[in-house]
Design a protein around this ligand. Structure first.
Ligand code: SF4
Length: 494
């Protein structure tokens, strides 16, 4: 039985038993027997400053789909992250279809009375009102924590209302308390799409031998899509991007493509295995095309799998030569500069490989979580035996502040909502991912180098910010060992 036959997807921590959120040590230390991150698979922090609800990435994906709305069934605050992701939604539509469009979302805003008397009737009313007011193809009906606590049944409500409304209703179980790994969000949305919008295997149509699926869960903007489209186009293949900003046609094509290739295993493993099991679409889930060597490997993998190995190798070699020549002017400026990275597990590690190609030293990496997929990227970094601090933390800025004060990097690269600690310490920052910029492929490597060159040339803004801004921690915390609050399940420091 496929996982997608279940009403709700399994939790990440159940699918990947080695998954962990709490590790503090070094790159090389993490590779020693008995000291792998698995050491901390049952570990946690004695103090935790925050976490990321899976609704954040889930909303980013769902809101991007055209002619679709999101109906949050939960407390009023759930889904409010939609305000933060709407900029990406607008610019994503503009880049793909020539004009911006807002994400459309609603909330049943469950209150104290609903907690006592149940919110099913309110949900039913909301679905009918949305259907009457908007001509939509689909509505994601999303359960946050509260319906799960009070026993509301979104699937039963949907089953009752569906025959009477025009839009396809897609149940999404995204209760924040169910999983501490925000990557669960990708499984949850893929689960809803896969169960409800993929065609039946016997109705999918003939195999498209030149089409390859390239998954984008919102971690690349249109510039990156264009770069990957260009590269696979050079060897005679067509890219089918989904799920973000995708039309239903992309989902139909996904079922008949010749191959699926991931741009990030953290994002895609759940759905890729389903496409293979149910539709016979094989997949590759090895490398993220960030950096020169990684992009070459990604491209060669595609070529080899589809009998185009020679074409892919020739293209990768020519592209690599060109980009290395273009990058030569920047490398003397970067050589020896120390960078600290912070991001999702795969992005942080793959970007570190790219930065080494540009001449930077890696001073440290904080990955948001760890699972077995990270080992491929960790091994690449361990190969040249230059060690650095590596930690796993679902954000935890207090730990980051302590580490940055010790490590004193020349540059910090993290998410746009996660650069403020470094900024307030006066460290120049850059976003590790912004949909308006290019990061992937050969062009992405060059674009990133240009931006970092400009950033390092004039770090006056963050230097000045560091002079006046303050962080809320006491001196005693900066004197403490940064990982001293990581504990095993039995309470011992690890
Ligand atoms: S953790 Fe639960 S209550 Fe909080 S935002 Fe996420 S779904 Fe809503």
């Amino acid at each position: 039985m496929s996982k997608l036959d279940l009403l709700t997807p399994p939790r990440r921590e159940d699918r990947h038993p080695a998954t962990c959120l709490a590790y503090g040590g070094s790159l090389c230390g993490s590779g020693k027997k008995g000291e792998k991150c698995a050491l901390a698979a049952d570990a946690d922090r004695a103090f935790t400053q925050g976490s990321i609800c899976p609704l954040l990435p889930a909303m980013g994906m769902m809101l991007s789909l055209p002619d679709t709305a999101v109906l949050m069934h939960s407390a009023v605050g759930c889904g409010s992250c939609a305000h933060g992701v709407n900029g990406n939604v607008r610019s994503g539509h503009a880049a793909r279809r020539g004009k911006p469009a807002d994400g459309l979302w609603f909330s049943t805003a469950l209150d104290e009375v609903d907690v006592i008397s149940g919110g099913d009737a309110k949900l039913e009313r909301a679905i009918r009102e949305i259907d009457a007011a908007y001509p939509l193809q689909a509505v994601f009906v999303v359960a946050g924590c509260l319906p799960a606590v009070i026993g509301d049944d979104i699937d039963a409500v949907i089953a009752k209302v569906q025959p009477e409304v025009g839009a396809r209703l897609l149940p999404v179980h995204c209760e924040g308390f169910k999983s501490r790994f925000m990557a669960t969000a990708y499984d949850v949305v893929y689960h809803a799409l896969g169960r409800n919008l993929l065609p039946r295997p016997d109705q999918a149509g003939p195999r498209e031998e030149k089409t390859i699926n390239i998954m984008n869960v919102s971690s690349m903007g249109r510039l990156d899509e264009l770069e990957l489209e260009r590269l696979v186009g050079e060897i005679g293949l067509r890219a089918n991007f989904f799920p973000v900003f995708a039309r239903p046609e992309s989902l139909r094509k996904a079922a008949v493509a010749a191959l699926s290739i991931s741009t990030c295993p953290t994002h895609d493993d759940y759905f890729l295995s389903h496409l293979e099991e149910k539709y016979g679409v094989p997949y590759i889930i090895n490398h993220m095309p960030v950096g020169i060597a990684n992009t070459g490997q990604w491209l060669r993998d595609v070529g080899e799998r589809l009998g185009l190995g020679k074409e892919a190798a020739v293209l990768a070699e020519a592209e690599e030569k060109e980009v290395r020549e273009a990058l030569a002017e920047f490398i003397p400026h970067f050589r020896g500069k120390r960078v600290y990275l912070s991001a999702g597990e795969y992005r942080s590690l793959a970007t570190a490989s790219l930065l080494r190609e540009l001449g930077f030293e890696i001073a440290g990496i904080r990955s948001f979580h760890y699972d077995e997929y990270a080992e491929v990227e960790l091994e690449k970094l361990r190969r040249d035996k230059r060690d650095f601090v590596w930690s796993v933390a679902n954000v935890q800025p207090f730990e980051e502040a302590n580490l940055l004060k010790r490590v004193k990097p020349d540059l910090f690269i993290g998410h746009w909502h996660g650069n403020n600690t470094a900024g307030r310490l006066g460290i120049p920052t850059h976003v590790i991912y912004n949909t308006g910029y290019g990061y992937l492929g050969y062009r992405g490597a060059y674009d990133l180098a240009r931006r970092l060159f400009r950033k390092l040339k004039n770090p006056a803004f963050t230097r000045r910010l560091g002079r006046y801004a303050r962080l809320p921690y006491k001196e005693s915390w900066y004197r403490a060992e940064p990982f001293s609050l990581i504990r095993s399940k039995t309470g011992e420091a690890v």
